[in-house]
Design a protein around this ligand. Structure first.
Ligand code: HEC
Length: 242
């Protein structure tokens, strides 16, 4: 009897452990997500992402662990050029990419302070960001007239409307439909822009990733070389024993 109870308890725990994450992911998002494959070797993409970020996001979201200078160096942009093209706050090139948005006022305007995005790609995943940025749509019920499919009832206004055009949710086909306007990007160009922006946020989440991978190869090479010499030395020692 005791054994049976023990067994049942273990089984119930197991079922809960398996089901809990499933129900959580279902509750947080049932929007069909598009895949995202980051590419840190694509410097033009990362440069464009930085430019878009400075123009459309930095006014509200800081990158408080990232410096302008390091970003410019990593992305192959001369520092003077970076200073001219992406530093709009009068800061110096060596400074952190903080925002001048006042969190208290932001709270009053948007109902939520815009969070720092340095680690956002690690918190949410690049795929999440990519889909989030592509699924803003018109919703007159919301205070700022915009809603989001990946983050329902988000406080952020649709700041990408000038690039994308007006996007609506068609309740019949359950699809998002875009009407590009004059001066907006085409659907493909907009996808590319959001790809670059997300790629940039992926880079910011771990700026040393490429360097780490490159170093890793040298470390492995070193181990192989050291290993072969050790093997030869070992053979030399044992030769006289046999
Ligand atoms: C006008 C201010 C404003 C601008 C500009 C803005 N955002 Fe936001 N953003 C917000 C606010 C406010 C929130 C918090 C919304 C909430 O929690 O309901 C937010 C939330 C987010 C989140 C989700 C954060 C989370 O909870 O994990 C991401 C990602 C994000 N913004 C990315 C961007 C990107 C990328 C840009 C540039 C294209 C951008 N935002 C431009 C105000 C802004």
């Amino acid at each position: 009897m005791k054994k049976l109870r023990k067994f049942l308890r273990a089984a119930a725990t197991l079922v809960l452990l398996v089901l809990a994450p499933l129900s959580w992911s279902a509750a947080t998002n049932d929007w069909p997500m598009q895949e995202f494959e980051p590419d840190l070797t694509n410097l033009p993409s990362l440069q464009n992402g930085l430019q878009l970020y400075a123009n459309y996001c930095l006014g509200c979201h800081g990158l408080q662990y990232q410096r302008y200078g390091r970003t410019a160096d990593d992305l192959g942009i001369p520092r003077e050029l970076a200073l001219e093209k992406v530093v709009f706050t009068g800061q110096k090139i060596g400074e952190l990419m903080t925002t001048s948005m006042d969190p208290v006022q932001a709270m009053a305007w948007f109902g939520a302070a815009p969070p720092d995005l340095t680690l956002e790609a690690r918190l949410r995943s690049p795929e999440w960001i990519y889909n989030y940025l592509k699924t803003f749509y018109v919703d007159d019920e919301r205070p700022l007239g915009a809603n989001n499919k990946v983050y329902p009832n988000v406080g952020m206004p649709n700041v990408l409307m000038h690039l994308q055009g007006v996007q609506r949710f068609d309740t019949e086909s359950e699809q998002l439909v875009v009407e590009p306007g004059s001066g907006t990007l085409s659907v493909q160009e907009f996808d590319q822009a959001i790809y670059d922006l997300t790629n940039f946020l992926y880079y910011v989440g771990e700026p040393s990733r490429l360097e780490r991978q490159r170093l890793g190869i040298y470390v492995l090479l070193f181990l192989v070389i050291l290993g072969s010499f050790t093997y030869l030395l070992n053979r030399e020692y044992w030769k006289d024993v046999h």
